[in-house]
Design a binder for this molecule. Structure first.
Ligand code: RRO
Length: 309
């Protein structure tokens, strides 16, 4: 067992670092490559009932400290991912499905099918910001409750929620109540910050095409927002629910900050898109070194131990 091994919702992870749903995880080849990498899990692209091409290009642009994108849920449709799971089992690491319904019924159908599959965890994405005319579900607590009530008893695999950034404690409190009421086993904080705008002053233009330039912001820019959400939920959920931290994890030191805030593991998206799969081993080694230097021998011994002034 390594110093950075961890558990999420009772499932063992060989290290603290895995990929985030989104970049480079939609095709079978990409998922195989994640299987061969040092990512401690194979996290799949959020899927829908039908395959989707996604939004028109350009739809993903790297920025100096992150990225803006409006991908629009390009994916092969959930049936393909159900098929892939059988082959991906050979990598002997946790497999995480991510489902993103366009209606309540979609969530029910997909959760039911993944419950019958060999995936280890099911992440229910309530926070995709990039579908024209479809608001992020997790900002609507009534609709969120309807979905949670409909999917809670469809099988025994742990269900998790991919949450958007919240910037007021009253919202995190309302969501935490739902998480506990519906026995959600893990949460992923945070999705990209939705509907941000980046402008190119030379061209006097937006830099992505969909939605008149509005898109999800990720990377270093959003780390303080992600840390705040991890910390707020860690305090509200009293250790009863596992937390994936995601948003601006670029170095072992970033991962260590998420650990102090209370994350059980972190996911890497923007840096994975830029650096490729070597990032998982690099960040994990950097984290190992920090733990070693500080005299910590496990994730559990540091988790949540943020000091207050
Ligand atoms: O595909 C996307 O546009 C997308 C999704 Br599903 C999501 O959850 N978050 C995001 O920033 N982009």
């Amino acid at each position: 067992m390594s110093r950075t091994s961890t558990q999420v919702a009772g499932v063992k992870f060989d290290s603290y670092i895995c990929n985030a749903s989104g970049p480079l995880d939609a095709s079978f080849e990409e998922l195989q490559s994640l299987g061969e990498s040092k990512s401690s899990a194979i996290m799949m692209k959020s899927c829908t009932i039908e395959p989707r091409e996604g939004n028109p290009e350009p739809r993903y642009v790297r920025l100096p400290h992150g990225a803006i994108q409006s991908m629009g849920l390009p994916n092969l449709g959930y049936k393909k991912y159900l098929d892939f799971v059988k082959d991906l089992k050979k990598y002997s690491k946790p497999i995480i499905a991510s489902v993103s319904g366009l209606s309540l019924d979609d969530y029910v159908v997909m959760v039911k099918e993944f419950q019958k599959s060999d995936v280890d965890l099911i992440e229910v994405n309530l926070s995709c910001p990039n579908i024209e005319g479809k608001p992020q579900v997790a900002y609507d607590f009534e609709q969120s409750e309807k979905i949670l009530s409909a999917i809670r008893n469809l099988g025994k695999k742990p269900l998790g929620l991919k949450l958007p950034p919240y910037n007021d404690f009253s919202f995190q409190k309302q969501m935490a109540e739902l998480i506990l009421k519906y026995d959600i086993k893990f949460i992923t904080c945070i999705n990209s910050i939705g509907n941000t705008l980046v402008i190119d002053p030379e061209k006097e233009s937006t830099i992505i095409k969909p939605k008149r330039g509005f898109g999800g912001l990720s990377g270093e820019y959003i780390k303080p927002v992600a840390l705040a959400n991890v910390r707020a939920f860690y305090e509200l959920l009293n250790g009863k629910v596992s937390i994936f931290g995601v948003g601006g994890v670029n170095t072992g030191s970033d991962a260590f900050e998420f650990l102090l805030a209370g994350a059980d593991a972190v996911q890497v998206g923007t840096v994975f898109e830029k650096e490729g799969s070597g990032c998982f081993e690099r960040i994990n080694m950097e984290l190992e070194e920090i733990l070693l230097k500080k005299g910590y021998d496990s994730i559990e011994s540091v988790k949540g131990n943020l000091k207050y002034l």
